[in-house]
Ligand binder design. Structure first.
Ligand SMILES: CC(C)c1ccc(C(=O)O)c(O)c1O
Ligand SMILES: [Fe+2]
Length: 302
């Protein structure tokens, strides 16, 4: 199997486990500015695109990353991934019809990423949302990326590179590597950080205007939302960033502007030195509560 046939459209969605879905729904709708349109007491769907959902929140005892959904470029790209995982002995489980229908996805498989235990879901199409996303106070352009920490960071990177056809865009010392799901042009849809355990670092929403960042700064303060890093600028992706905590303490990032890569002729990955300015060229530093909450749920406990 040629790994180049494994091609992605985009980071599809993130599923989080939250302790109080109604409270989190209100937060993501009213404070973050994504659209909530469907759900029940235990599971809610939110979107910031024309797809059925970009974020799913499910009730659970401990805040966690439940899974990450990757939208493949085509059914053939999905088949290539499934075949490759079969060849290397990584089990892929088809999502059963009832759940796929609830998630409005077709042709879907899950696996446990072998180095972090994180659940990755792959599908070739998701239905459109019943109503197109209309921005309110913030022009959220898309779900941008997810960062996980891994106790086996080099192996995680290697798995994503060699078996999932991700590409490295940049690294900061041995601490964090930013990867794009090829050929999606965004600098990164996934980041892997060094950590003692597999943990969720943060989820990111991209915004269309620097004013969205400035307004967020004031909105978070008015609503007593903890701001944990920024505003600042990441020299890696060249984005202006702003991090805050959701009601469970999960770190959420807004970012404005991000380098994009062509499919062919992309620049080489860069290695940034491990100094604070490689994380924030404006000289800020994160609060102690930055990236502290979020277990990684395994497939068997999902
Ligand atoms: C501080 C974190 C790990 C970080 C650093 C750089 C970027 C970027 O280049 O966009 C991020 O998105 C981050 O979350
Ligand atoms: Fe980020």
């Amino acid at each position: 199997m040629n790994i180049d046939q494994i091609r992605y459209k985009r980071l599809g969605y993130v599923a989080l486990t939250v302790t109080d879905p109604a409270r989190s729904l209100a937060f993501y709708r009213d404070i973050v500015g994504v659209h909530a349109f469907e759900g029940d007491q235990d599971t809610v769907f939110l979107c910031c695109s024309d797809r059925h959902h970009d974020l799913m929140l499910s009730r659970g005892a401990t805040p966690a990353l439940k899974r990450i959904g990757w939208e493949m470029e085509s059914p053939e790209a999905l088949a290539a991934l499934v075949a490759h995982m079969g060849e290397i002995g990584v089990s892929m489980f088809p999502v059963d019809a009832a759940e796929a229908s609830l998630l409005r996805i077709s042709n879907a498989y899950r696996m446990s990423e072998p180095t972090t235990g994180a659940t990755f879901e792959f599908y070739s199409a998701m239905e459109k949302a019943p109503q197109a996303y209309t921005p309110t106070h913030t022009n959220v352009s898309r779900l941008g990326h997810v960062v996980l920490s891994s106790p086996r960071k080099s192996e995680t990177e290697k798995f994503l590179l060699e078996h999932m056809n991700f590409r490295i865009s940049d690294q900061i010392g041995p601490i964090v590597t930013f990867m794009r799901c090829f050929p999606n042009p965004l600098h990164h849809s996934f980041g892997v950080g060094h950590g003692d355990a597999s943990k969720l670092g943060h989820i990111n929403f991209m915004v269309t205007d620097v004013d969205d960042i400035g307004r967020a700064n004031n909105r978070m303060k008015r609503n007593s939302v903890p701001i944990v890093y920024g505003p600042g600028r990441h020299p890696t992706s060249n984005s202006v960033f702003f991090y805050f905590l959701d009601p469970d303490g999960i770190t959420v990032e807004y970012s404005f502007g991000m380098e994009e890569f062509p499919e062919e002729g992309a620049r080489e990955p860069r290695m940034f030195p491990l100094v604070p300015e490689s994380f924030d060229s404006w000289g800020g530093s994160p609060e102690a509560t930055f990236s502290k909450v979020g277990d990684v749920e395994t497939l068997t406990s999902a």
